[in-house]
Design a protein around this ligand. Structure first.
Ligand SMILES: NC(=O)C1=CN([C@@H]2O[C@H](COP(=O)(O)OP(=O)(O)OC[C@H]3O[C@@H](n4cnc5c(N)ncnc54)[C@H](O)[C@@H]3O)[C@@H](O)[C@H]2O)C=CC1
Ligand SMILES: O=C(CO)COP(=O)(O)O
Length: 340
């Protein structure tokens, strides 16, 4: 089986969380038949019987071509595209169970924005290892795509990146819906780094907001966050222009500006004095930056890249520093040229 150029094929989506559900709507609106895999039977039943996922996109009516199942084999049977949207730290374990049922030659698309703890691997690298798929079968979709807005079909753009440009174009055709405009790229690494790093920057911005600071502070953190992201990503081989695009600056602005962002909200709660444990207890949804700050910091250190935002965010999340101490420390750092 190889990827159909027309949007009439079947797409399997793992799993039925906030983004998996909203992206299933994009896929359905673009003409695909979508099978979401859900961990819990009540979620699958609600999707099939009420056309709603009340846990993750409450009040949103799902198109009839979106169904859900808890049966891995059934979800994957006949799917020429497999979309992965789990928390990054859970991907390896989940995919190990799903991989044997993925159709030969199916294209695997990551929607995830994190870096694995311990291995420091990006999601496309984990996918390659677990499934044995080559780079021509692995793609990433990343951009300013807050799922509640996508689920309301508000217009948005994104990037679909694959090392093999012709495959990126096929996926682009399969996910281009009336409200969702994908651009292609071959810079998988740049898109993944942009997506993961913006979550860490959003935590820092959220902390500034939680402390009561205004737009000068947040704009300063966002801009220095972009510089930090670009420094590491280009050191690892990304195209610097990717970081200025939708998967870099675009997503950074959306996430850092929006109260809908789980990462910014997590940071805001830290800024207001809640502990990491209290915040985890207050939400069921993932804030990837709270974990990826550690892996991105380790990645930066392994490459000798200066990463003060990741370093400070990691310290606040780990409880070794307060948000106020982080802001004080940012200002007090040794002064330098902006371009350094
Ligand atoms: N929600 C959003 O607006 C966007 C999210 N993303 C990224 O998509 C990825 C998924 O995020 P969301 O859907 O928002 O998260 P979520 O927290 O809303 O949903 C996570 C989903 O993964 C499942 N899950 C949790 N632990 C699991 C495990 N151990 N094994 C298998 N499945 C598990 C949950 O049941 C749920 O269906 C993240 O990397 C996030 O950064 C990217 C763009 C937009
Ligand atoms: O990646 C996102 C928007 O593009 C979603 O951000 P949060 O995970 O912070 O909600």
């Amino acid at each position: 089986m190889s990827l159909e150029p027309t949007p009439h094929g079947k797409v399997a989506v793992f799993t039925a969380g906030s983004w998996g559900t909203a992206f299933s709507m994009v896929l359905a609106d673009a003409g695909n038949e979508v099978a979401m895999w859900a961990r819990r039977d009540e979620v699958a039943r609600a999707v099939n019987e009420q056309h709603e996922n009340p846990d993750y996109q409450p009040g949103v009516e799902l198109p009839p071509s979106v169904s859900a199942t808890t049966d891995v084999e059934k979800a994957l049977h006949g799917a020429d595209m497999v979309v992965l949207a789990t928390p990054s730290q859970s991907l390896r374990a989940g995919l190990t169970e799903w991989a044997p049922f993925i159709e030969k030659d199916a294209v695997i698309v990551s929607l995830m924005k994190g870096v694995e703890l311990g291995t420091l691997e990006r999601m496309s690298e984990v996918i390659a290892q677990v499934t044995g798929a080559g780079p021509e079968r692995i793609a990433v979709v990343s951009g300013p795509n807050l799922s509640p807005e996508i689920a309301r079909r508000e217009p948005a753009a994104s990037v679909v990146a694959c090392a093999e440009e012709s495959v990126a174009k096929l996926i682009q055709a399969r996910i281009h819906s009336p409200a969702f405009r994908p651009y292609t790229s071959t810079d998988v690494l740049g898109c993944e780094l942009g997506g993961a790093y913006k979550n860490v920057v959003a935590l820092a911005v959220g902390m500034a907001v939680g402390l009561g600071f205004g737009d000068n502070t947040t704009a300063s953190v966002i801009t220095r966050g972009l510089a930090e992201t670009a420094r590491l990503a280009t050191q690892l081989g990304a195209n610097p222009l990717t970081l200025m695009g939708l998967a870099g600056l675009g997503d950074l602005v959306a996430t850092c500006s929006s109260p809908l962002s789980r990462n910014r909200t997590f940071g805001e709660k830290l800024g207001r004095g809640m502990t990491t444990e209290e915040i985890y207890a207050s939400t069921r949804q993932v804030a990837e930056g709270a974990k990826s700050c550690s892996s991105l910091l380790a990645l930066a250190r392994s490459r000798g890249v200066d990463a003060p935002i990741a370093e400070h965010v990691e310290a606040v999340v780990a409880g070794r520093m307060t948000a106020q101490q982080m802001m004080d420390s940012f200002i007090a750092r040794d002064t330098k040229a902006e371009a350094d």
